[in-house]
Design a protein. Sequence first.
Length: 397
Amino acid sequence: MRIYCTEELHQNGGPGRFVAGRAEDTLDELIGEYGGRVQLIYLDPPFGTGDTFLIRLGAGKKSVSMPAFSDRMSEADYIAWMRRILTGAHKLLCDSGSIYLHIDFRMNAKMRLLLDEIFGARNFMNEIVWCYKSGGRSTRYYPRKHDTILFYRKSPDVYFNIHSVGRPRGPEKRNHMKRFIDEQGRICFSIRSAGKVYTYYEDTPVFPSDVWDDIEHLQQKDRERVGYATQKPEALLRRVILASSRPGDLVCDLFSGSGTTAAAASKLGRHYLVSDSSPFALYTLRARQLQNSSALSLLEGEHQMRLCYPADHIPARFSFHYTTLHGKKALSIDAAEFENGKPLVYAALGSADGGRFLPAATDCSPLLPVLFPLDEIEHPVVHFADMLGRQAFFTVE
């Protein structure tokens, strides 16, 4: 019998929560629950390109490209939309919190004015330039090889720790400095300026400026790639999260997309609160976090990942039979599909508590038939999803 669930609660992949929905529609709910509690917000919204962006699912000749999100608003609609989102973001932040808005040349100036309006010009921290080398090289103008990240605080009580993102200077000579070895055998560098001598050691930390040219854009075959055309590298989010939050803090992203914010936050021991309107964002986050959960450095005792979404009523069917796996009772999913069927991208076996699904075993790349151990599940429930983001839950008798 088919049942309808609107939540999944995984024992691994957290600590965090994903909410399916458009940012402007989920804000009121999120503000009601998390208002004034978020330490850090990173936003990577559509840039006003006028394009439709794709996600690539699968690998090799079996891969399929499908629309992930559309970026076709008029300028006036875009600014009104972002005003609503940034106003909500301001309400979510605690007094020591900050926001990083990732944008490019199209809306940079307009978003700077909008952030001045909502957060206050006095709370501007930095205009960060992220430089990269990937992509084509136009000859009609200077090639555009950077994005802008607008960094604002909510109040003067902001938490910011640049020491957490410093790197050792290293043994290489730079900036016309004199290189020598001191009495203790340590490599040093010195330079004279305005009548004073400044000395630095190779383990002296060097802090990033507001030009980030040391973080590479993801390449086509990068191991981090999950299929999203606009995916950002974890190294970028790692720097943002380390500098502007502490372990245990809540990090928010209202355009979850490829799931990079959640991935970086959980590895650094932060809680994440993310949302996105694309069903692919839900699929990508779930798969990314479950597949990486064994490698995550999670907060002690806090591993849960909660996924929230509306019920899906698209007609679906599935068939199964009982069998054995390593001498124990198991369930085989023999067929599972939706109307106008597309390949499955996820399958799980677990139990349901009201409208919440509690998975006991998952497969993020299912090929039918899929075999799951039944263990001690008293009333088993099968969950599966296809590449269009459609989901179904069936009880097993």
